[in-house]
Design a protein around this ligand. Structure first.
Ligand code: NDP
Length: 329
């Protein structure tokens, strides 16, 4: 039985919790038919919430957090995977109710895994991570409904964040005119380098607004929720689509039905956790074909496994730019 390193969140007292690096053995792994030698994970907003305990993400104790990982199959009882296969896992409750990616080893259900595309290294797969894969699901949501560059501009909220950065890069590569909404004016150059054609201050969208406003964009990718999503909807052109995936400002949606019933605007819900396998594969196909590897490198920084605890507090405090890859191996 071999030892491996992991970050473990345990209960402390009645309501508290602590996250700390630790050494575990195979006996600590959870149920599953595929054992993976994890090489990389990543830091998502949800991981920050789990690591800090700011929201009840962890539903089984003690738990290894990390909602996604890439790695190599070590052992498999699943006919779809054999030792040596490179794999990716995003979601499925991993890092919430099943041990996650901040660990050198993971045992999971094979049905949760997809093969890592040949065009991506394990590190690149996690530079994309759940944030990037969710951005791709948002873009597919729009394009599957017929939204094209000819429809008009697309607004991306939370643009400097992980979902937002990837959405800006993907949409601009697909030829869209991208309006990036951010609270960080100092990152305007960064957003332009990803392909944004216009930058707007997120304060324009984050305060309570009117049920309908001037029609400014044909579509939106929103990772912020609350008043921001309400205002994005109120300023979407007739017949437009808004893909909503996040709640960085809040889980509420203080909107009216006016954009839906007077402008035929549609709100598309995007969930990455339980998305079916074929959607995941399409999202990674879009990412491998459209995401510029230089752009990916631009939005990515790398940290070690033990650094993830401090970085978790940073992402919740809104101090993180783009994507953070966690080197686990
Ligand atoms: P990040 O923390 O990297 O990005 C969130 C961005 O939102 C920030 O960078 C900031 O952008 C903006 N923001 C933060 N706080 C506020 C606020 N109070 N008001 C307005 N804007 C704010 O997170 P991710 O990109 O990883 O995730 C974004 C959201 O999407 C999260 O809520 C996450 O939980 C959700 N998500 C949902 C998934 C799903 O399956 N539906 C999957 C993955 C993520 P800026 O600095 O540019 O203003």
């Amino acid at each position: 039985m071999s030892d491996f390193r992991a970050v473990l969140i345990s209960k402390e007292g009645e309501k508290g919790q602590k996250a700390e690096p630790t050494t575990l053995t195979d006996a600590d792994l959870m149920e599953g038919d595929v054992t993976v030698r994890v090489t990389h994970s990543t830091l998502n907003y949800k991981d920050g919430l789990a690591l800090t305990g700011k929201a009840p993400i962890v539903r089984r104790w003690p738990l290894i957090p990390g909602i996604d990982f890439s790695g190599e199959v070590e052992a498999s009882d699943n006919p779809d995977f054999k030792p040596g296969d490179r794999v990716i896992l995003n979601g499925w409750g991993v890092g919430e109710s099943h041990h996650g990616g901040y660990s050198q080893k993971a045992r999971v259900k094979g049905e949760w895994l997809i093969h890592c595309p040949d065009a991506l290294s394990n590190a690149e797969a996690m530079a994309i991570g759940t944030a990037g894969y969710t951005a791709a699901l948002c873009v597919l949501g729009l394009t599957d409904h017929g939204v094209s560059p000819a429809s008009g501009a697309v607004v991306v909220t939370g643009a400097v964040g992980g979902v937002g950065s990837t959405a800006v890069a993907l949409l601009s590569k697909l030829g869209f005119n991208v309006i990036a909404s951010t609270g960080r004016a100092s990152e305007a150059g960064y957003l332009k380098s990803l392909g944004a054609s216009e930058i707007i201050d997120r304060n324009e969208l984050s305060e309570p607004g009117r049920p309908l406003g001037k029609e400014r964009w044909a579509a939106g990718v929103d990772s912020v929720g609350s008043h921001t999503l309400a205002n994005v909807l109120a300023q979407t052109k007739y017949g437009g689509y808004v893909a909503a995936c996040g709640l960085a400002q809040g889980m509420d949606l203080p909107a009216s039905v006016a954009p839906f019933i007077l402008r035929g605007v549609s709100l598309l819900g995007i969930d990455s956790v339980n998305a079916p396998k074929e959607k995941r594969i399409r999202a990674y196909e879009l990412l491998t074909s459209q995401l510029d590897k230089d752009a990916l490198a631009t939005i990515t920084s790398t940290i070690k496994l033990d650094d993830v605890i401090a970085a978790g507090a940073d992402i919740v405090a809104g101090k993180v730019r783009g994507r953070i890859v966690v080197e686990v191996a």
